[in-house]
Design a protein around this ligand. Structure first.
Ligand SMILES: Nc1ncnc2c1ncn2[C@@H]1O[C@H](COP(=O)(O)OP(=O)(O)OP(=O)(O)O)[C@@H](O)[C@H]1O
Length: 516
C-alpha cells in the first residue's frame, strides 16, 4: 500500500498553509483545478453554440404581392435543317444559349434534359442545327403569404462581420460581389427567396446590407466559362443604362459560381399579368398596355440603335418584360444570350427562342439580327392587345396560332373581336387599329420589310395625337405596297374615316436615340 501512497515530501507540501486566507495548499490546488474545469466546460458550450450559428437574424421580408402565378408546360421541339454548325461562325452572328448542363439541375433543366436525352446520346447531333423552342416556362414564382409581422424567410446562419463591402470592379463599372455577400442577401439561396426560374438559372430575391432589394440570378451554365471572359462580357452589358431595361448592378465570379445581380423590379412580369388569374377584369387598362408597348419599344431601340456594337435581345416575350409598381416596363435578360454564348468550349448550334415568338428566318436558318427582335415584338403587341398566348393549344383549331387568328379577324373586319375580353374599357377604333397595324408590320415574313424599332416608336407615338388636325392627318404616310395592303386590310375593317394610319409628324424630330 505504501508504494501507492504519495511521497512524504509531497504530502508535506500539500498540507502546508498558503498565503491565501491561510488555506492548505491542497485546498488551493483543488479550487484551481475546479475553476479550470468550469472554464473548460464554458468554452466547450460556447463552441457548440457557435456551431449552431449565431443568433438568428431577423427574418427578411419578402414583399407579399397579389402577382398572379402562371404555370406552363415545357416542351422542346428539335428540327434539323441542314445548316452548318454555328461553332464556326463568329460570336455575335449567332447568339447561342447552351444547354443547362452543369450543376445544380433545376426542375426545368431536368425536364429539358429528359426531353433531350436521345439527342445527347449521339455525339454527332451536337453538330446539327437544333431549335430549342420552349412553350412558356415552368415558372416557380413564390410569394410567401403574409404572416404576423409581414411573413418572410426563416433566418439562416449569417455572419455580417465576415462580409466585405462590395468591391468596385476593375473596369470601373458595377460591383463585384462576393459569394458570401450574396449568400447573406439571399438567406443562403433559400427556396423561400426564389422569385423565378428561367432557362439561364434560378432568380432569388436578395436584400443587400444597405437594404437594397436585388434580384440575384444564379446561372446554371457555368461550365468552361472563363473568368476573364465572363467579366468582360458582364461589364459590357452592365454599362447599358436605360429606364426601360432592367439594370445589371454587378456580378459574382467565384470558383464555378457565376451570379448576376440586377435591380429588383417589384411588380412581377407581363406574362403573369396577362395570363395569370386576375379575375374577370384586368388591371391592365388600354393606356397601361400601350405604355408597356411603347416603353418596351424604347428599351429595344436603345439596344438596337443606341449601342455600339448593338445588342440583340433574342428572346423578347412577355415573361421578359418586368413591371414596376407604376406598370412601367423593363426589359430583362438582354445580353444574356451573348454572355452565355461566349462559352467557346461548349459547342452548340442550338438556336434558342420561345415558341410563338421566334421569327421564321431565325427558326429556319439560325441567322439572327435585330429584325428578329422586331418580329418577336410584333407578337408581343398582339399578345398584349388580345390577352392571348402566341400559341395556345387549348383554343379551337383556327385560334391556336395568335398571328393567324388576328390576321383572319382583321381581314374579316372584326378588329374589335381581338381585344382582350378582360379589358374593361375598350380603346377607340383608331387606337386599336394603329396598334394592330404596327404589330402586323413587325411580323412581316420578309425581315427586310419590318420597321426598325425607332420607326415603330414613331408610329406608336403618333397615337398620342389621334385627334390632330384633319388636314395634317390627311397627308398620307408614305408606305410600301405591302404596308399599304396591310393598312387597307385594317382600315377597311370598320372605321370609315380611314385616317388611322396617316401622319405628317416630322420623324426625325420625334426620334430620340435614348431616353436616359
Ligand atoms: N430583376 C428582376 N426583378 C424581379 N423579378 C425578376 C428579375 N429578373 C427575373 N425576375 C423574375 O424571375 C423570373 C425568371 O427570370 P428569368 O429571366 O431567369 O427567366 P425567364 O425570363 O422567365 O425565362 P428565360 O430566361 O429562360 O427566357 C422572371 O419571370 C421574373 O418574374
Amino acid at each position: 500500500m505504501s508504494g501507492l501512497s504519495s511521497p512524504p515530501l509531497l504530502n508535506d507540501e500539500l498540507s502546508k498553509r498558503t498565503a491565501v486566507f491561510g488555506l492548505h495548499m491542497w485546498v488551493v490546488v483543488g479550487i484551481c483545478v475546479g475553476a479550470a474545469f468550469v472554464l473548460l466546460l464554458f468554452l466547450i458550450s460556447l463552441w457548440l453554440a457557435s456551431r449552431h450559428g449565431p443568433p438568428t437574424p431577423s427574418p427578411r421580408p419578402i414583399p407579399t404581392a397579389s402577382i398572379p402565378i402562371v404555370s406552363k408546360e415545357i416542351q422542346e421541339i428539335r428540327v434539323d435543317p441542314s445548316f452548318r454548325s454555328s461553332a464556326a461562325r463568329p460570336l455575335g452572328e449567332i447568339l447561342r444559349k447552351p444547354l443547362p448542363e452543369s450543376d445544380p439541375p433545376s426542375s426545368a433543366s431536368i425536364e429539358r434534359q429528359a426531353l433531350l436525352t436521345p439527342a445527347l446520346e449521339e455525339e454527332s447531333l451536337i453538330e446539327q442545327q437544333k431549335i430549342h423552342i420552349e412553350i412558356g416556362k415552368g415558372h416557380r414564382i413564390m410569394y410567401p403569404e403574409r404572416s404576423g409581422g409581414g411573413g418572410g424567410v426563416e433566418g439562416r446562419s449569417v455572419d455580417h462581420a465576415l462580409i466585405r463591402a462590395p468591391e468596385v470592379s476593375h473596369l470601373g463599372w458595377g460591383h463585384w460581389y462576393t459569394l458570401r455577400e450574396l449568400e447573406v442577401a439571399t438567406n443562403m439561396f433559400a427556396d423561400e427567396n426564389v422569385i423565378g426560374e428561367g432557362g439561364y438559372g434560378i432568380v432569388y430575391l436578395g436584400l443587400l446590407q444597405d437594404n437594397t432589394q436585388v434580384a440575384v440570378k444564379n446561372l446554371l451554365n457555368n461550365r468552361g466559362q472563363a473568368e476573364r471572359e465572363f467579366t468582360v462580357e458582364v461589364e459590357a452589358i452592365g454599362r447599358v443604362r436605360h429606364k426601360n431595361l432592367v439594370r445589371l448592378l454587378g456580378y459574382c465570379v467565384e470558383g464555378a459560381h457565376r451570379i448576376l445581380v440586377y435591380e429588383y423590379v417589384d411588380n412581377g412580369n407581363l406574362d403573369q399579368w396577362l395570363h395569370g388569374d386576375v379575375g374577370l377584369c384586368s388591371p391592365l387598362t388600354w393606356e397601361i398596355r400601350m405604355n408597356i408597348i411603347l416603353g418596351t419599344a424604347k428599351g429595344l431601340m436603345y439596344l438596337h440603335e443606341g449601342l455600339e456594337p448593338k445588342v440583340i435581345h433574342r428572346d423578347i416575350k412577355s415573361s421578359n418584360i418586368l413591371l414596376d409598381k407604376y406598370w412601367n416596363p423593363k426589359v430583362s435578360d438582354f445580353g444574356l444570350a451573348k454572355l452565355l454564348g461566349s462559352e467557346r468550349n461548349y459547342v452548340t448550334t442550338r438556336v434558342m427562342g420561345t415558341f410563338g415568338y421566334v421569327a421564321p428566318e431565325y427558326a429556319s436558318t439560325g441567322m439572327l439580327n435585330e429584325r428578329s427582335d422586331v418580329y418577336s415584338f410584333g407578337v408581343l403587341i398582339m399578345e398584349i392587345i388580345s390577352g392571348r398566348n402566341p400559341v395556345d393549344y387549348n383554343r379551337p383549331t383556327g385560334e391556336v396560332n395568335l398571328i393567324e387568328w388576328i390576321k383572319t379577324m382583321v381581314s374579316n373586319r372584326n378588329s374589335e373581336g381581338v381585344l382582350d375580353p378582360k379589358l374593361l374599357e375598350k380603346p377607340s377604333s383608331r387606337a386599336l387599329k394603329r396598334a394592330l397595324l404596327v404589330a402586323l408590320r413587325c411580323i412581316d415574313p420578309d425581315s427586310q420589310k419590318r420597321p426598325k424599332m425607332g420607326h415603330v416608336i414613331h408610329m406608336l407615338e403618333v397615337n398620342d395625337f389621334p385627334y390632330r388636325d384633319e388636314r395634317q392627318a390627311n397627308q398620307t404616310y408614305r408606305s410600301s405596297p405591302l404596308e399599304k395592303a396591310k393598312l387597307l386590310e385594317i382600315v377597311e375593317s370598320g372605321d370609315s374615316s380611314g385616317h388611322e394610319c396617316n401622319t405628317n409628324v416630322n420623324r426625325s424630330s420625334r426620334w430620340r436615340k435614348q431616353d436616359d
